[in-house]
Design a protein. Structure first.
Length: 369
């Protein structure tokens, strides 16, 4: 009883050995179709400066001519250069400055023992001049906006109304201080010195760069750019046979390829495509099994040799699938000849030729438009 149990797996293997080959066949079909692309591949291969050796290419639908990457980059740079940096003005800052300035004015005046009878006159005159400076605006200069120039234009946002302004039209902290020194009059030099120092302590920018809003405007400017230039109408000749692929035609072909592949992703049911691929690959694998059953019964009966043949075939078709997904410039880069070489070494020439034709046949269907 123990001996029967020990050899039971061998009994089962011999009993079902004829079915294992069909399981391997089904697994090969499922593995191949699982990794195959589910959209058709653009069948034309082309390079700039080469001769178009295919037949005349007529556009089957309307499509826009895409701009090249350098053209798109240039448009983005131009759009960003046309967007002025956005600054916002804080009109309420003067209220805080007024309270602090007037309170500190009294303290500074008394601490320097200046004439009390002149205090109110100088306090009102100095604050009026300071307020006029804030009304015009004090900007915080941003070095990255200067671009090699001392002054630059910017958009000033005031009550949700934007207007183009130059830094020449407003003050900086230094120019505001210089303006105050030039326009504040006092016969008493000590009074002027005290007030100028006090004003210097209360000068701060009220026109501030709004980085977040500027980024939003720049992003909108980039998003509004057109990535196309011109159209190709349905029925229009894209390129004639034996014509040279120049820059203009190359861009049309590249645009046609991208539009075609984009449309192929949205048209059709992927499950039906998968089912069709199973039928296609399964039919070709069945032809292989029929060929082995009729002409190479020794290989057909040996599961190890059959598994080797299916492994080589599956590996080559998986390599083909990988090449299609990577969009290699040419499928001629794939070494299809490896399959017949390996099979010829291990078996014979006729089987090698048959497997080579089978792989090429499946590859032809999968790479067709």
């Amino acid at each position: 009883m123990a001996k029967i149990n020990k050899n039971s797996h061998r009994v089962l293997y011999r009993k079902y050995t004829s079915n294992i080959k069909y399981i391997m066949m089904v697994l090969s079909v499922l593995i191949i179709t699982a990794f195959l692309p589910k959209q058709p591949r653009f069948r034309y291969e082309f390079e700039k400066g080469e001769i178009w050796k295919n037949k005349d290419l007529i556009s089957p639908f309307n499509f826009a001519i895409l701009k090249t990457n350098p053209q798109v980059d240039t448009d983005k740079k131009d759009a960003l250069n046309n967007v002025l940096p956005i600054y916002t003005i804080n009109k309420y800052l003067i209220n805080d400055v007024e309270e602090a300035y007037l309170n500190e004015f009294d303290v500074k005046w008394r601490s320097n023992a200046l004439p009390e009878n002149e205090k109110e006159q100088y306090r009102q005159a100095s604050f009026k001049l300071l307020k006029s400076i804030y009304d015009k605006g004090i900007i915080a200069i941003n070095a990255k906006h200067q671009k090699g120039s001392k002054n630059y234009d910017f958009s000033l946002l005031d009550n949700n109304i934007s207007k183009a302004v130059s830094t020449q039209d407003v003050f900086t902290v230094q120019t505001a201080l210089d303006y105050f020194k030039d326009n504040f009059q006092s016969v008493n030099l000590k009074v002027k010195e005290v007030i100028v120092n006090l004003v210097e302590d209360h000068l701060q920018p009220n026109i501030i760069f709004n980085e977040k809003l500027t980024a939003i405007v720049q992003e909108n400017a980039i998003n509004s750019l057109s990535t196309t230039r011109g159209m190709v109408q349905k029925g229009e000749l894209i390129i004639a046979k034996n014509n040279v692929i120049d820059d203009e035609i190359y861009q049309k072909l590249q645009s046609f390829k991208e539009i075609y592949e984009a449309q192929s992703k949205t048209i059709g049911d992927s499950s039906l495509v998968y089912f069709g691929q199973i039928l296609l690959v399964g039919f070709n694998v069945c032809l292989l099994m029929v060929f082995l059953h009729l002409f190479r019964k020794d290989i057909f009966a040996d599961n190890r040799q059959l598994s080797l043949i299916l492994l080589v075939t599956t590996s080559m078709l998986l390599a083909l699938s990988w090449a299609i997904k990577l969009s290699l410039p040419s499928l001629y880069y794939i070494p299809f000849c490896i399959v017949p070489i390996i099979i010829r070494i291990l078996f014979d020439t006729r089987l090698a030729l048959y497997l080579h034709l089978l792989v090429i046949l499946i590859a032809r269907f999968l790479c067709a438009k």
